[in-house]
Design a protein around this ligand. Structure first.
Ligand code: NAP
Length: 332
């Protein structure tokens, strides 16, 4: 598909970001080579927005794929590449080094967007159990976050990144950052799918002129067992989504992606199956869902958070809800 047909989001800098990206988190079931192959296939199909992160452990391999595509004539400025600062690199000096490492691994000279992956400096071994806790884990401390943010701002001044942004934030945390930031977040990446629509945070972010990028847009059906709880629901099994999928003759995942783009967020579905990532891209230019269908999907929100973040908790006896400031107050 001609990338020029893909809907775009205009950020407050005037920059245009494709309204759909390809996720690259292979977790423990899709290796780096397979993800890099999908990046190549997706760009050939018309994707121009790739959502990366150092913690996904595959940026160097994706960088090789970019290099092959640049050698084939693709221009760097045609791509929108995001990467993210991992939780063990919140120290001021670490931010710049970590960003430079991602840029080097990806074989680029700059990133379009660099996000603070989580607002907590708490980390843990890859693929650990959800009960694992870092002994040095801390709550959100705004002064500490702002020190990290100042280094993020420096990345813009140094020309290493075009935009900076946040991820996994809440309204009270974003209010503080918005107040104190010299360079405002251009994007907030957050979980968004028909069973977790986060209407309040979504409207808040939009109200600030910040673009909402939606992760797990189809409900992350292949996430590992350790990231599942008995209460979790699957948007791709919802009768409303199934009904619309049947009408359109598409997979229910495609309805989730289409709804997301039409609602105004930027979904970043992960897929290594060409038929699926092509369908996700194509649906963005198909006839819109009807107003009645959009209203029906709005009504199936179940407030069902799938990525709960338990490993980032800082005290015994806490529950994952403590990470998300549900009563509007930042937990300390
Ligand atoms: N900022 C953060 O903290 C954060 C957290 C989580 C995720 N993310 C980002 O968000 C991306 C997406 O999240 P996710 O990977 O967890 O979940 P997801 O995109 O909701 O789900 C991906 C799964 O859905 C399947 N799928 C996708 N499109 C499909 C289609 N049209 N038909 C049938 N199946 C389809 C894929 O299978 P196939 O491969 O077979 O198509 C894959 O197993 C990640 O890769 C990552 O880049 C960010």
């Amino acid at each position: 598909m001609d990338p020029g047909r893909v809907p775009q989001r205009t950020l407050f800098t005037g920059a245009r970001m494709p309204a759909i990206g390809l996720g690259t988190f292979g977790s423990d079931h899709v290796n780096a080579a397979a993800v890099a192959e999908a990046v190549k296939g997706a760009v050939a199909a018309g994707y121009r927005h790739i959502d990366c992160a150092s913690v996904y452990g595959n940026e160097a391999r994706i960088g090789q794929a970019f290099a092959e595509m640049f050698a084939g004539g693709l221009k760097r400025e045609e791509l929108w590449v995001t990467s993210k600062l991992w939780n063990d690199k919140h120290g001021e000096a670490d931010v710049i080094e970590s960003c430079k490492q991602s840029i080097a691994d990806l074989g680029l000279k700059y990133l379009d967007l660099y996000l603070v992956h989580w607002p907590f400096p708490n980390f843990h071994p890859p693929n650990c159990s959800v009960d694992a806790r870092s002994p040095d884990a801390k709550p959100y401390i705004h002064a500490d976050f702002m020190r990290t943010w100042r280094a993020m701002e420096k990345l813009v001044a140094l020309g290493l990144v075009r935009h900076i942004g946040t991820s996994n934030m809440t309204i009270p945390k974003l209010k503080l950052v918005w107040h104190d930031a010299k360079v405002k977040p251009a994007v907030n990446e957050m979980e968004l799918h028909p069973h977790f629509q986060q209407p309040e945070l979504f409207q808040f972010v939009r109200g600030m002129g910040v673009q909402a990028v939606g992760y797990c847009p189809v409900g992350s059906p292949a996430r590992p067992e350790r990231d599942r709880t008995p209460e979790d629901t699957a948007p791709t099994e919802d009768p409303v989504i199934l009904k619309i999928a049947k009408r359109l003759g598409v997979h229910p995942a495609v309805v989730c992606v289409k709804w997301a783009v039409q609602r105004g967020q930027t979904p970043i579905p992960f897929s290594t199956t060409p038929k699926n990532y092509i369908a996700n891209l194509k649906c963005t230019v198909m006839e819109p869902l009807s107003e009645a269908e959009m209203a029906e999907i709005a009504a199936i929100d179940r407030n069902c958070r799938l990525i709960k973040g338990q490993v980032f908790l800082w005290r015994d006896g806490q529950t994952w809800e403590d990470l998300w400031d549900l009563d509007g107050v930042i937990k300390s």
